[in-house]
Design a protein around this ligand. Sequence first.
Ligand code: ADP
Ligand code: MG
Length: 211
Amino acid sequence: MVSTRDLLIILKRISARIEENKQWLTDLDRPIGDSDHGINMARGFGEVEKKLPGLEGKDAGTVLKTVGMTLVSTVGGSAGPLYGSAFMKAGMALGDKTEISMADFLEACDQAVLAVKQRGKSDAGEKTMLDAMIPALQTMKEAEKQGEAPKIILKKGVEASWAGVEATKELIATKGRASYVGERGIGCQDPGATSFSILLEAVLNWMEDRV
Ligand code: ADP
Ligand code: MG
């Protein structure tokens, strides 16, 4: 079980990992975008971090909805509304829970994927963050069905997410700015799929360090 207090710590870790990878994410957005993904994400999660102290004692739904609204209002570009609606929908799924089980987490991830699909009018295979999110979620669901421990479930999810990132190199973007470069984007990995993998890995790392 993950408490809402843990959730705030996880969000802080996500924010730190995004900040550490700001330059890389921006560099990835150069050949197929407008060189701002890392800047966008770091700005958004920097604002999220400022809100965390005020979220002590709040339920998981309130925490994640606040994160989502903060991302929507502070992140320029398409990633803000996409990640923002993902966190908001995940928050709606968790509602007034103060303890999050693996089943709750997977349900929240399901809603997050749905939110990106709806907001982005996109699906798997379009060289977007979904190409990391969807395989990660599928893998985690399968691992849960097999009765794996939470740490293993997350580890498998992170591996699938990075494999998804690798696979975006061969895809031709049909959504977002990367679609403007079309075939010339082959060989480049998607920045949004990369930031999602960093985010999920931050959750795994928190779990691994937990005593
Ligand atoms: P912008 O493209 O507006 O500059 P960012 O650079 O912050 O915004 O984010 C780009 C990332 O957003 C892409 O790498 C991709 O993963 C994701 N993205 C863009 N459009 C869509 C979409 N329609 N559906 C899903 N993800 C998308
Ligand atoms: Mg960009």
